[in-house]
Design a binder for this molecule. Structure first.
Ligand code: SF4
Length: 325
């Protein structure tokens, strides 16, 4: 049986603000096998980026991980000391943050920036090996090795984003998290960057978590989709099931809100706004916007439960919805 490369168990992140405690992640569970691609979707503030930062142990005060575990390739990252965690970044788990291409140092050549990333690790190979790795990483993202001699301003947006992916894979991580890797890129470049991520993932056999809003991009790229809302997972299923037969009312509304060629000009928004995390409603946090909410929804938080081996849903009434379909 395949061992999961990632197991997130009951992960909880809280921000301690002057206005009170904000539970940004509330007991998230997730499993990912080697080579799997998961899309993490949800509205702004739903906890997608917090989830990535928590897995990387990059939550800054006043936030902190309050509980749970993040096991990557057999090692619980929440138990590592700071030095061990620094080593785990890039070698076990790698993060390509939103707007990564703008984080390249404008006055350093690309090769020097890649060299620095490798040398920050104890596992760093010798000088010859470092150059080989830099060349191999650039080639695997479809860039010429000569890019190592260039400065960021000499590269297009798509090339810079591919450099960031190359840096992310220098030490062959088992899990790559890409946070909106194609935002601010035109559609042709978006496609090229996604194809690059896809080919890199296949070469490494790594698992990928793709964070974003673009459901069209998700449909083409990922195997599984997890829908987040107010720091909780609402539904996790295969991409096919999510797009053809979503079950959680929020997932249903999200899919319905996508433009549809058969109903041109008709847009279905999701009524209301997501609640502030400081003032979450009791019970199911989606109940003020849910068209089928009942009394139990206002009183009890629905747990995320397996409905089939590949489908998990957090809704009190999901069986009822299924029977009525
Ligand atoms: Fe709607 Fe109730 Fe399900 Fe929440 S638990 S999504 S309010 S039906």
């Amino acid at each position: 049986m395949t061992q999961p490369v990632l197991t997130v168990n009951n992960l909880q992140v809280t921000y301690f603000t002057e206005a009170g405690r904000v539970r940004a992640l509330d007991g998230v569970n997730l499993t990912l096998n080697p080579g799997e691609k998961l899309g993490l979707v949800g509205e702004s503030g739903s906890g997608k980026s917090t989830m990535a930062l928590a897995m990387m142990r990059m939550i800054k005060p006043p936030g902190r991980i309050e509980g749970g575990s993040v096991v990557v390739d057999g090692v619980d990252l929440t138990k590592l000391n700071d030095e061990e965690m620094r080593e785990a970044r890039l070698s076990r788990i790698s993060y390509i943050p939103q707007g990564a291409m703008n984080s390249l140092n404008p006055v350093m050549r690309i090769g020097a920036q890649m060299r620095d990333a490798i040398k920050a690790h104890k596992l760093a190979p010798d000088a010859d090996d470092i150059e080989k790795r830099i060349n191999a990483a650039l080639v695997s993202v479809d860039l010429k090795p000569t890019v190592a001699k260039m400065y960021p301003h000499e590269l297009s947006g798509g090339m810079k984003q591919r450099v960031c992916i190359a840096i992310g894979i220098l030490l062959h991580p088992k899990l790559i998290i890409a946070d909106e890797p194609t935002s601010a890129l035109d559609v042709v470049t978006q496609r090229q960057v996604m194809q690059t991520l896809d080919s890199v993932q296949k070469q490494l056999g790594a698992a990928i978590i793709l964070i974003g809003h673009d459901m069209g991009l998700m449909a083409q790229f990922v195997d599984k989709v997890a829908v987040m809302y107010t720091g909780r997972l609402m539904e996790l299923s295969t991409v096919q099931d999510m797009f053809t037969n979503p079950q959680h009312p929020y997932a249903v509304a999200l899919i319905k809100s996508l433009p549809n060629l058969n109903q041109r000009g008709v847009f279905h928004g999701i009524p209301g706004l997501a609640p502030a995390l400081l003032r979450l409603p009791p019970g199911c946090s989606f109940h003020p916007r849910c068209p089928i909410a009942q009394d139990i929804c206002k009183a009890q938080v629905p747990p995320l439960e397996a409905k089939t081996p590949t489908r998990f849903v957090a809704c009190h009434l999901v069986e009822k919805i299924k029977n009525e379909k």
